[in-house]
Every structure is written in structure tokens, then in C-alpha cells.
Design a protein around this ligand. Structure first.
Ligand code: SF4
Ligand code: SF4
Length: 379
């Protein structure tokens, strides 16, 4: 075991290999306030990568309804339960990670889901956290009765548990973009990666008898394009790009801006210790801060405050950055807000998006003097 630094838990931790950060890290920020669970991302991925034999149950991208949804069944509850107490000392994690709470002789704390755990991809869909009483129908923030949609893909972790656990060293992390790939020639189907990945984003193909996982659409990323799940996102919830560390954060890079500068993008279950690279803007309507802290760490309250400030029109830079989501099929490397306009440039420095921050509002008079008519649709 080596000691590596994990900035998401603000401390060194044990990991089976020496730390070796890629030159740049493929990453994304998902705004959970905007996901409508249309599953377009799920289908875009499914039809591109997992429509073959033995892949029927595979969802490299899935969208689950929190708090009850999970795929495979209770993947999150099970690993959090196994991990034991997860306390934070401010923003430093004081508990153990899955590499530290590991039983003697194993590399990663994990479990293998059984077949039936993969049988309920819609478990908990649209179910609220609580029963809805008559007096809780009205809208308020946060709301006592809540649910939200959470899209999930492989996190292309900085410290991947799948990679750490593989006895064949068949899994590797590309130095040029941090994408975690599985070499199917080397894999012998031991399913150690399936057992180890706490997000359960490594899958076993029972026809080919080897494992498979999300490839972050690397042929597209190599060309400066968005992945399939990102570019088809109907809700435009996804910012895709490359993320740095807190020390190297570039305020003009949309992902760095959301994660490191405004700190609205938070990792999923950072206490597990993998330094996952898909980030989430927490939902503002959820009344249980305990639940949000469990999922996204101690920064949830600050993230919600910063997000709400932008939505009130008090932070044009953040608003502008979020408006660029899926505004182009190119990866936006740099953005700038000038007055009431946000502009985005791709990896080659070409301008690929220019968007007004506020749409002009036109109010037509109720009584039109010229036409001598009354209108009812005046908004
Ligand atoms: S999410 Fe799972 S499969 Fe993806 S890199 Fe991390 S440990 Fe590996
Ligand atoms: S396509 Fe976008 S809005 Fe639709 S479910 Fe996927 S992440 Fe949510």
C-alpha cells in the first residue's frame, strides 16, 4: 500500500498503487436541479455501447430516483453500511475509505451484487422520501417531501477501486485524459472489479465471460467532442470537460469553475476514497441536509447557497457557466461572461457558443390600442 493524497477528503490515504495523476482528467458536472429523468442519456449510451449479447442488463449510464432508487439494488446503502462510521472533521474526512477499511488479505472493501440486484432498474422511481399529507402539497424550499433524479456513469476515478482490485492488471487509467479502460484481452472474468467498484459501474458479460465498463466515449473525447450521454442530454444538465486539482484550477475552465472556484459541483460519496471525477450540483429542494451530506460530503449547504444566489441573478458568472451546458457538441475549454452574454470556446480555441444570460421578456398590452382588441395571453 502507498500513501496518496486525495483532495476531496483533504488527507492522505492508503491505495494499492503509487499516485500517478493523468496529464488531464476527463470530468463532468451534473446539475441535479435540472434532470427530468427522460432517460435519453441512458438510451443514447445503450444503443451506442451495450446492445450486444450478455449486455442486456448493463446500464453504463443509468438514472435513479433518490432516495429509494439504486442500480444495482441498494449498491450505495450496502457499501456505506459496510464502511462503518463516516465522520468529517470540517472538510477533512475522519473515517476510513474502502482501501483502509479492507479485510486482511483483500485490496478493496466491496461486495458482489447477485443476479436479482440487477432486476430492478426502476426501483423507487418517482417515490418521495415520505408519505405526502394534504398540508404538504404547496411548494416551498426546501420541501419536507422530496425526491430527485440522479444520473450516474463511471466516475473515471483518480484512485479507481476496479483497477486496484484486478488480479490481471487488465484495468488501466490513460495518462492523456484519465479515462479508465478495461483491456478485454487481459481480462479473465474474475469479477473482482465488479466486487470492488462501490458505484457498481463495472459489469460482467456472462456470454463473453469477461468484464466491461464505461469508456467515456473516448473516440469522441479524443476529437474534442462530448460523449453520447452528455450531448443528447435533454435537460442540458451536463457540463463536460477536464478537471484540475484545487491548486491548478483554471477559473476560465467551466468544470474547474464549478468544482473548485464556486464549489457547486460535489463528488459522489467522497468518503469512499476514490476521488470520483463526475460531480453533482445538489438539489435545492431537499429538506434533509444529512442525506445530502451523506451523498455529496460536507460542502452541500455551501453549494446550494451559491447555486441559489446565481438563480436570484446575483452571480452572472455562475449563471452564464451553467447556461453553456450542452450548448455545443464540442468540449468547451474556456468560457467568459461579458455583460449579459456568455461565450464558450472549444479545445482548438474556436468560439462555439454565445448565449444571452437572460432571455428578453416581451409583455404585450392587455388592450391593444391599434387593433382595438383585448388579449388574454399577454405574458
Ligand atoms: S466508478 Fe467504478 S468502474 Fe469507474 S473508475 Fe471508479 S471504481 Fe472503476
Ligand atoms: S438526458 Fe439529461 S435530463 Fe434526461 S435523464 Fe439523462 S441527465 Fe437527466
Amino acid at each position: 500500500m502507498a500513501d496518496v493524497y486525495n483532495w476531496q477528503i483533504k488527507r492522505e490515504m492508503s491505495y494499492p498503487f503509487e499516485g500517478n495523476r493523468p496529464q488531464r482528467q476527463g470530468s463532468a458536472v451534473f446539475d441535479l436541479n435540472k434532470c427530468i429523468a427522460c432517460q435519453t442519456c441512458t438510451i443514447a449510451c445503450k444503443t451506442t455501447w451495450t446492445s450486444g449479447k450478455g449486455q442486456e442488463y448493463m446500464l453504463w449510464n443509468n438514472v435513479e430516483t433518490k432516495p429509494w432508487g439504486s442500480y444495482p439494488l441498494a449498491y450505495d446503502a450496502q457499501i456505506l453500511d459496510m464502511l462503518g462510521p463516516q465522520s468529517w472533521d470540517g472538510d477533512k474526512y475522519a473515517g476510513q475509505t474502502v482501501f483502509e477499511a479492507v479485510p486482511q488479505g483483500e485490496k478493496v472493501l466491496g461486495f458482489l451484487p447477485n443476479d436479482l440486484d440487477y432486476a430492478y432498474p426502476n426501483k423507487g422511481e418517482d417515490e418521495t422520501n415520505n408519505t405526502v399529507d394534504q398540508d404538504t402539497y404547496y411548494l416551498k424550499f426546501p420541501h419536507d417531501n422530496w425526491f430527485f433524479y440522479m444520473p450516474r456513469i463511471c466516475n473515471h476515478c483518480t484512485y479507481p477501486a476496479c483497477l486496484a482490485s484486478c488480479p490481471r492488471t487488465a484495468i488501466y487509467k490513460r495518462p492523456e485524459d484519465g479515462i479508465v479502460l478495461l483491456d478485454q484481452e487481459r481480462c479473465r472474468g474474475y469479477r473482482e472489479c465488479v466486487r470492488a467498484c462501490p458505484y457498481k459501474k463495472a459489469f460482467y458479460n456472462h456470454v463473453t465471460r469477461i468484464s466491461e465498463k464505461c469508456v467515456l466515449c473516448f473516440p469522441a473525447v479524443e476529437k474534442g467532442m462530448l460523449t453520447r450521454c452528455m450531448r443528447t442530454c435533454i435537460g442540458k444538465i451536463r457540463t463536460f470537460g477536464f478537471v484540475g486539482t484545487p491548486e491548478t484550477a483554471d477559473p476560465e475552465n467551466p468544470v474547474d469553475f464549478l468544482v473548485h472556484i464556486r464549489k457547486v459541483g460535489l463528488p459522489l460519496m467522497p468518503q469512499l476514497g476514490l476521488e470520483p471525477n463526475i460531480y453533482y450540483i445538489p438539489p435545492i429542494h431537499v429538506a434533509s441536509m444529512r442525506f445530502l451530506n451523506m451523498l455529496f460530503g460536507p460542502g452541500a449547504k455551501n453549494a446550494i447557497d451559491a447555486y441559489q444566489k446565481a438563480m436570484r441573478g446575483e452571480d452572472n458568472e455562475l449563471l452564464g457557466c451553467l447556461l453553456l451546458n450542452v450548448s455545443s457538441d464540442r468540449i468547451i475549454k474556456k468560457f467568459k461572461v461579458t455583460g449579459e452574454t456568455v461565450t464558450g470556446w472549444d479545445m482548438d480555441g474556436n468560439e462555439v457558443a454565445k448565449i444571452p444570460i437572460r432571455m428578453p421578456q416581451i409583455v404585450r398590452p392587455f388592450h391593444d390600442e391599434d387593433l382595438k382588441v383585448y388579449r388574454y395571453n399577454v405574458g
